[in-house]
Design a protein around this ligand. Structure first.
Ligand code: FAD
Length: 287
C-alpha cells in the first residue's frame, strides 16, 4: 500500500522505524526484532539505509520482510556516497521487491568523504526527481528539520530547499526528532505559510538510555528542553527507570500532538519491540 493512501484518510497514523543489521550484528537478531515490531500492526514501518553503503544491501531485504508480515513498508535510500548507476540499481531492487514507498535522502556527508567522480546527486531533490523518472508509481517521502538542518545557514533557506524537494515530487515529509512540541507547531506553521501542503509526519524519538540522548544530540544537534534533561539527570544511571521515563516522555509528546490535531506520528523505535509496545499500549483507547 502507498503511504500517501494511508495519510489521505486523515485517521491517526502511527508508524515505526527499524534499521538493518550493522556489520557486526547478526541478521537473525534484527529479523526477530522486526517481526515482533510488525506484530504490533503499526500504520507502516520504515527501514533505514546506511549512507556509506555498509548496511544498504539489507534495507530491501528487511523492507520485504516487513511486507511479508502484512505491514506496509518504506525503504530509505540515500545518494551522497553513490553514483547514479548504483542508485538506479537500488531503485530497481526496491521496485522488484514490490515496495511502493521510498524515503529519498541525501545522507550525511561521511568524515572521509570522497566525491564520486562518476555522475552523482548532491541533494535529495535530485534523487526525488530521479525516482520519479525510474519508478513513477512510487510514493516518495522526504526528510525535514523543525530546528533546521545543521548545514543550513538559516531556517528560511532550509524551508526554501524543502519547498523545492516537495515541488520535485515528495508526497509527504517526515521530521527529524524534536523534544519540545512547540518547535514542531512553529515549524509546521512556517511550512504551510510557504505553501508546503503535503502531510508532515512528526518524528518522535523515545530516548531510553543516557547514551542514546548523547548520540541523538550529536547526530541531530536538536535542543534538549530542561524538563527532558532533568529526567535524564535523575534516571540516566538506572536503566529500568530511564526506559520507563523515556517511554512516558515520548507518549506524552504524542498525546499532546494528537490533541493539537497532528494525526501522523513516526516513532524512531530503533529495533526495540519492548519500547514500541510500551508506547502503543500507553496509546490504547486514544489511537
Ligand atoms: P537535503 O534535502 O539534500 O538537505 C541537506 C542540506 O542541503 C540542507 O541543509 C538543505 O537546506 C541543503 N540543500 C538542499 N537542497 C539544496 C540546494 N539545491 N542547494 C544548496 N543547498 C541545498 N541518513 C541515512 O544515512 N540513512 C537513513 O536511513 C536516514 N534516514 C533519515 C530519516 C529521517 C526522517 C531524517 C529526518 C533523516 C534521516 N537520515 C538518514 C539523515 C539524513 O540523511 C541527513 O540529515 C542528511 O544530512 C540530509 O539529508 P536530506 O535528505 O535532508 O538532504
Amino acid at each position: 500500500m502507498k503511504i500517501s493512501d494511508i495519510l489521505s484518510t486523515n485517521k491517526i497514523s502511527i508508524s515505526l522505524e527499524v534499521f538493518p543489521p550493522k556489520k557486526d550484528s547478526s541478521y537473525e537478531v534484527v529479523e526477530t526484532a522486526v517481526k515482533e515490531i510488525a506484530h504490533l500492526k503499526p500504520s507502516f514501518i520504515s527501514c533505514t539505509y546506511g549512507a556509506g553503503g555498509g548496511t544498504s544491501s539489507n534495507t530491501v531485504k528487511i523492507s520485504k520482510l516487513i511486507q511479508d508480515q502484512g505491514v506496509t513498508s518504506m525503504a530509505h535510500l540515500t545518494c551522497v556516497s553513490s553514483n547514479t548507476e548504483e542508485v538506479k540499481k537500488q531503485i530497481k531492487r526496491i521496485k522488484e521487491a514490490g515496495i511502493e514507498n521510498i524515503l529519498a535522502l541525501r545522507g550525511d556527508i561521511p568524515k572521509d568523504y570522497v566525491e564520486p567522480t562518476e555522475p552523482h546527486f548532491t541533494h535529495a531533490t535530485e534523487l526525488v526527481k530521479f525516482i520519479k523518472q525510474e519508478y513513477p508509481e512510487a510514493c516518495i517521502g522526504g526528510a525535514s528539520y523543525p530546528e533546521k538542518h545543521p548545514e543550513a545557514a538559516s531556517k528560511d533557506e532550509d524551508i526554501r530547499h524543502i519547498k523545492e524537494k516537495v515541488d520535485a515530487g515528495c508526497d509527504f515529509l517526515t521530521t527529524q526528532m524534536f523534544f519540545d512540541n512547540s518547535t514542531f507547531y512553529n515549524y509546521l506553521y512556517r511550512l504551510r505559510e510557504e505553501g508546503i501542503n503535503v502531510p508532515v509526519l512528526a518524528g518522535i524519538m523515545p530516548v531510553t538510555t543516557k547514551r542514546q540522548m548523547e548520540r541523538s544530540i550529536e547526530l541531530s544537534g536538536c535542543i534538549i528542553p530542561p524538563r527532558f534533561k532533568a529526567l535524564v539527570d535523575k534516571f540516566g544511571d538506572n536503566p529500568e527507570a530511564m526506559k520507563r521515563a523515556g517511554i512516558i516522555y515520548a507518549t506524552d509528546q504524542i498525546i499532546d500532538l494528537i490533541a493539537n490535531g497532528i494525526n501522523h506520528i513516526h516513532i524512531y523505535t530503533m529495533n526495540k519491540p519492548d519500547v514500541s509496545e510500551g508506547i502503543l499500549n500507553n496509546l490504547k483507547g486514544i489511537v
